[in-house]
Design a protein around this ligand. Structure first.
Ligand code: HAM
Length: 449
């Protein structure tokens, strides 16, 4: 039993944060802010506006529309009003809901971005966490390939702003529409397509044999399965087109409609044509194995891969024609992508492209005659206040240490200059200042600081 003087045994709380989450200490926050700053600037440069939604939503928003993989990863619970709630695993359904809510009052096309914190109950693995951030850029209400071109250009632009080059990443592009048209020609019924997409998305992980057996179980004939295998090996549009035409796998009667290409193949050709014209073709490659796990994509799909280690997915996205209508809104097509912070940060760290050191101070005020009370001089604090009011970043010691210690703190806090408060060389509103980079010393009036 505890004696009255002994504290009660406290239940041990783990020091670590829950699995798959992160603590952001100031040095981690610096890195995080760097990512957010570059992302935000790149989005604003492309004329995008920022939006945000709630971190939790009604469960149905995700169970209905996101697709099986995300549903198995949901963090969901009943709230105190017995409602089914889920922490958001992705932003796109929230975006669609918000746009639907405003109906016709929005001016189209929308160019919106957001940097949500997302939650997925993932298996712990490199580059995948249970709580992460993801830049989302979406264009809604533009039916032409111009929207895809704009988004892919912005990806190249922002990754270059981080210091990455075409040697570091590549955008792999394919088309759900093309795949869907191929499946039509191979006689796969519409209701089987989702299952086939999901098998295709897993193909790299499960291997050829299991993939073929999965498609066989879905009732696909061996020649049809072989055609899909062949389809997946094309890395060149011209060769793919020739193969599809020879095999009667394109619809000869397909016609272009307003702004829209006649087929998935034409759309891909148009996208590559634009990217060539913009001098960005070197960042792009055709990769028919890109399918994307999420259920709502209907057109161009893409994944951005890190070229060095194990081809990790830095970003992924595509066009979704029916999501808004399926959520009860007007028919409106959207295209967008998500770029996670985890893989990107790993990549930038490996390439030595992360900023180091803490945010600099303009001035550190050193008290040359700290008093016995171990408290800062109020006149020094007043000077700090005045300088801060002029927009300077200012630090000083809170505990009246010896000068030497104050100088160490000035260095630790990354001060550009030290101001010697109370130095003989100063005077009425004049201060002795030392530039810590050059070592130069001078006396300046307050206005010149
Ligand atoms: P997603 O492919 O599920 O797409 O995710 C996009 C990116 O988010 C991935 O390439 C990866 O960088 C990052 N990511 C995904 N899961 C995790 C995780 N558990 N931990 C760390 N990073 C992760 C979407 O979410 C779509 N909603 C994107 C979109 C926007 N499509 C259209 N608009």
């Amino acid at each position: 039993m505890n004696s009255p003087t002994q504290p009660k045994a406290v239940q041990q709380v783990p020091l670590q944060s829950p699995k798959g989450t992160r603590d952001f200490y100031p040095e981690d926050m610096r890195v995080q802010n760097h990512l957010f700053d570059v992302w935000r600037r790149a989005c604003l440069d492309f004329g995008f506006e920022e939006y945000e939604g709630p971190t939790f939503e009604h469960l149905e928003l995700f169970t209905e529309k996101s697709g099986q993989e995300i549903v198995t990863q949901l963090y969901n619970f009943k709230d105190k009003g017995d409602r089914d709630i889920a922490l958001r695993p992705e932003m796109t359904p929230t975006l669609a809901r918000m746009v639907n809510q405003k109906g016709n009052s929005l001016k189209l096309p929308l160019r919106w971005f957001s940097i949500p914190r997302l939650f997925r109950y993932e298996k712990a693995q490199r580059g995948r966490l249970r709580e992460f951030f993801q830049l989302n850029m979406d264009i809604l209400g533009c039916n032409t390939i111009a929207a895809e071109v704009e988004l892919l250009s912005s990806i190249v632009n922002m990754l270059k702003a981080f210091g990455l080059t075409a040697d570091d990443f590549s955008i792999h592009v394919s088309s759900r529409r093309l795949l869907s048209e191929l499946l039509d020609r191979l006689g796969v019924p519409a209701e089987k397509k989702t299952v086939v997409y999901s098998a295709l998305d897993k193909r790299a992980k499960i291997g050829e044999a299991e993939f073929k057996s999965l498609l066989g179980k879905e009732g696909m004939s061996p020649p049809a399965i072989d055609s899909i295998e062949t389809f997946f090996n094309f890395k060149d549009i011209a060769a793919l087109e020739a193969w599809m035409k020879d095999g009667g796998l394109v619809d000869p009667g397909a016609m272009a409609t307003e702004g829209q290409a006649a087929s998935g193949l034409e759309e891909l050709k148009s996208l590559f044509g634009y990217m060539r014209a913009l001098g960005l073709e070197g960042f792009l490659s055709l990769d028919t194995s890109v399918v994307r796990g999420l259920a709502y994509y209907t057109g161009i799909v893409f994944e951005v891969y890190d070229k060095s280690l194990g081809m990790r997915a830095v970003a992924g996205g595509g066009r979704y024609d029916n999501l808004l209508a399926n959520l009860g809104g007007n028919s409106m097509s959207g295209v967008g992508f998500g770029m996670g912070d985890v893989v990107l940060a790993d990549l930038l760290r490996e390439k030595g492209l992360m900023p180091s050191g803490r945010e600099p101070l303009d001035y550190y005020l050193v008290d040359v005659a700290p008093n016995e009370t171990r408290l800062p001089n109020p006149q020094l604090m007043l000077l700090a206040q005045k300088l801060r009011a002029e927009g300077r970043r200012v630090g000083y010691s809170l505990s009246g240490e010896k000068m030497k210690k104050q100088m160490v703190q000035a260095n630790d806090q990354n001060a550009g200059r030290v101001l010697f408060f109370g130095s003989d060389k100063g005077g009425e509103d004049r201060y002795e200042v030392k530039d810590l980079k050059t070592g130069e010393q001078s006396v300046s009036a307050f206005e010149d600081l």
